[in-house]
Design a protein around this ligand. Structure first.
Ligand code: GLC
Ligand code: MG
Length: 249
């Protein structure tokens, strides 16, 4: 039996075209009978916000759920994140100090409390301000000894994360848990926070056709032969990618 790990972002990747999602679900359920397929969702949403999405969308239960831009990992239906993963994120991460610095940047608008997580501080930022503000913010944090990862997605969301904690690092951790290689893994995404999924190793990657400019730009500059840019959107793009990588015939 072939083992495979399928990792997909949710909003505007797996979710966005319900009819296509239902078609993909059907194919995955069939595939799961013939092959050992592991399914993981990797989302920027918090766990609570994932549950809200699950209430309205036909989402298959995943084997693992990575939330809050890679900073929390849940297995099956567990409600507590993997403590071993959380522990690795502690290094150099002082949330209050980060907030003290960001308070000086008035263009950063704090996202709702539900999206502020132990290892994720999130803001809204207008796109025309990002190219000037992000490097200044990086320097301001660095000077205070706060080496973090700053991720800008969809021309509106700015996340500050621990250096070792993005979707890509979480994927590496997950692959180790499942003992599965990069070559046996397919990742799918549409926006800036998914870039880490495509650049962590040689995982097969599907960029859906409706991807945001920042991910398309990244693909143009760094895309490799194990990456595939779909022409279709959302779940239809994932289906196209699964055919491309011959997981579906
Ligand atoms: C999701 C999260 C938000 C985050 C964004 C980009 O929308 O809810 O907090 O900023 O993804 O990663
Ligand atoms: Mg998305």
């Amino acid at each position: 039996m072939t083992r495979f790990l399928l990792v997909t972002d949710l909003d505007n990747t797996l979710v966005g075209d319900q009819a296509a999602l239902e078609r993909l679900n059907q194919q995955l359920m069939q595939l799961r009978q013939e092959q050992d397929i592991l399914l993981a969702y990797s989302t920027g949403r918090s766990h609570d916000s994932y549950l809200k999405l699950k209430a309205t969308e036909p989402l298959l239960d995943p084997d693992a759920l990575v939330t809050s831009v890679g900073t929390e990992i849940y297995y099956q239906n567990s409600r507590t994140p993997d403590p071993d993963w959380s522990r690795t994120l502690d290094n150099g991460w002082v949330r209050e100090d980060i907030l003290a610095i960001t308070a000086h940047f008035q263009d950063l608008v704090l996202q709702p409390a539900s999206e502020q997580r132990p290892y994720k501080v999130s803001f809204y930022l207008a796109p025309h301000l990002a190219s000037d503000l992000v490097p200044r913010l990086k320097v301001a944090l660095h000077i205070r000894g706060l080496d973090t990862k700053i991720v800008y997605s969809g021309g509106k969301d700015l996340d500050i994360l621990p250096l070792g904690g993005d979707k890509g690092q979480a994927l590496l951790f997950l692959r180790e848990q499942f003992d599965i290689s990069a070559e046996q893994t397919i990742v799918c995404g549409d926006s800036g926070n998914d870039q880490a999924l495509f650049s962590v190793g040689k995982e097969r990657g599907v960029v859906v056709g409706n991807a945001q400019p920042e991910l398309l730009q990244w693909y143009k500059e760094h895309g490799a032969d194990y990456h595939y840019l779909a022409t279709r959107s959302c779940a239809a793009g994932i289906l196209e990618g699964l055919h491309h990588f011959r997981l579906l015939s």
